[in-house]
Ligand binder design. Structure first.
Ligand code: FAD
Length: 436
């Protein structure tokens, strides 16, 4: 319900940011009959969004139901590859899954196409979308959030504000209201992405895709110059998304720029043939939260909830972010619906949001991978020395040069003992323990 309060209107809920989290929250609440306003600073949803990106059907279907099938996706992902790279070789692991033809669970998307469609679903559900409007401030009264300032004449008021502003510039809105600490350089990755135009036939031939089908390639080791992160190539209809990122702290410490990283990756002799003849049509850069479970800020308080990247919900090990955003948005929406029925928007009432996240897969996954990024940050050998050793070991073993396999085995063992030593055993044990 929209109440008139003097000059101002009061909504049931204001959602800040029309990314996956904000739209998911808005749709969930609007479907239950709540009066929801969704505010986006871009000229339209998707105009300012970057993501690689691979989108997951399950979470989308939970929000829009069968309408997911009309989403403007690029290609269903049939094959996923991981490459552990050295300067002139790669150990490749892949999973080509033809069952995905019948029931694909992930798709490549371009956010400039996907986000407007997703926001249209919100409008169809009754959400009032306002584009080109920056929320400049949360209005706090008596310790609780009661609305937002937008730089337009009137303030907007609501029972609850769902903050889905992402992590761009470190979530300025929450920070300036004192609701989130500034993010540290070891808590975020700086990511870059280019969209390169390439005709569909060449994409399919180079990435071994059947007509209309897609693949992902994610690269570690030399791909990121040994920094904690990964690079990617995702196949779209007639473009490639090429990019990646590394911990901001690694850029600061090494003096490298994200652009240097991207150029290094594109110049790798195993990557250049994949990109030959492709023309850059778009370049963007953005941060990705990588602080793990311990880096999650306060998720709720009197009159507000925080979702998606703004809540630092992301799983870089599995390149998941949009799904955590959609699920947290949906669960925030369900929390508000319940709070509305009780007529209570206090922190105590909204605390059930955190319980919902704990009961879902979101916080359990955040806990599982809590130490994954520090593991890479504190053990750079994992992305430099060990890929190199593995490459040389495989090279030695596969090389047919008149030396017996017994002698080769001995040589490889000696090499691991000399160059990896006990430290390698400890590092591997640590890695297994961290990802258990
Ligand atoms: P966002 O998508 O950032 O949306 C926030 C929205 O809020 C934006 O539209 C922004 O314009 C708006 N906004 C911000 N501040 C204000 C304000 N003050 N007022 C009004 N509007 C505001 N995830 C995956 O699942 N798969 C991938 O393959 C993948 N690849 C990625 C590749 C890159 C290079 C990057 C950077 C990220 C990738 N991610 C991927 C992560 C994914 O993009 C995020 O996890 C996801 O977009 C988070 O959604 P969100 O709604 O929380 O935030």
């Amino acid at each position: 319900m929209v109440e008139a309060m003097g000059e101002e209107e009061k909504f049931d809920a204001i959602v800040v940011g029309a990314g996956p989290a904000g739209v998911a929250a808005a749709i969930t609440m609007a479907k239950a009959g709540l009066q929801v306003v969704l505010i986006e600073k871009g000229s339209r949803p998707g105009a300012k969004n970057v993501m690689g990106g691979i989108l997951y059907k399950h979470m989308l279907e939970e929000i829009v139901g069968p309408a997911w099938a009309s989403a403007p996706v690029e290609r269903p992902i049939i094959e996923e590859q991981r490459w552990l790279m050295t300067p002139d070789a790669a150990l490749r692991f892949g999973h080509r899954n033809l069952r995905n033809r019948l029931d694909p669970h992930s798709f490549s998307v371009l956010r400039a196409r996907f986000d407007p469609w997703f926001a249209e679903q919100a409008e169809a559900a009754g959400v009032f979308l306002i584009n080109e409007t920056l929320v400049s401030e949360l209005i706090v009264n008596g310790g609780g959030v009661i609305g937002v300032k937008t730089g337009r004449e009137d303030d907007l008021l609501a029972d609850v504000v769902v903050v889905c502003e992402g992590i761009g510039l470190g979530s300025k809105l929450l920070q300036s209201a004192g609701l989130k600490a500034p993010v540290r350089p070891d808590q975020v990755a700086m990511a870059v992405k280019e969209v390169l135009k390439l005709d569909a036939d060449r994409i399919e031939a180079r990435f071994n895709c059947d007509h209309g089908e897609g693949a992902t390639v994610e690269c570690y080791g030399d791909a990121t110059m040994g920094m904690a992160g990964f690079m990617f190539i995702y196949t779209n209809r007639d473009t490639l998304s090429v990019g990646g990122g590394a911990l901001l702290k690694d850029f600061v410490d090494s003096g490298r720029s994200p652009n240097q990283l991207l150029e290094h990756f594109k110049a790798h002799p195993l990557i250049t043939p994949l990109l030959e003849g492709a023309e850059t049509v778009e370049f963007s850069a953005k941060m990705i939260p990588e602080a793990g479970y311990r880096g999650i800020p306060k998720l709720f308080g009197d009159g507000y909830l925080v979702c998606g990247d703004a809540a630092m919900l992301s799983n870089p090990v599995h390149r998941e972010g949009s799904n955590l955003a959609m699920t947290s948005g949906r669960l925030a929406g369900e929390t508000v619906i319940e709070a509305k029925a009780r007529g209570d928007f206090s922190a105590r009432s909204l605390a059930s949001y955190r319980r919902r996240l704990e009961k879902s897969w979101v916080l359990p996954d955040m806990r599982k991978y809590d130490r994954a990024v520090p593991l890479l940050e504190n053990n750079p050998r994992l992305l430099s020395l060990y890929p190199n050793l593995a490459d040389r070991a495989v090279d030695e073993f596969l090389r047919v040069d008149g030396v017996s396999k017994w002698a080769k085995q001995k040589k490889i063992f000696k090499m691991f003992r000399r160059e990896g030593g006990v430290r390698m055993v400890v590092d591997m044990a640590k890695a297994l323990w961290t990802l258990k």
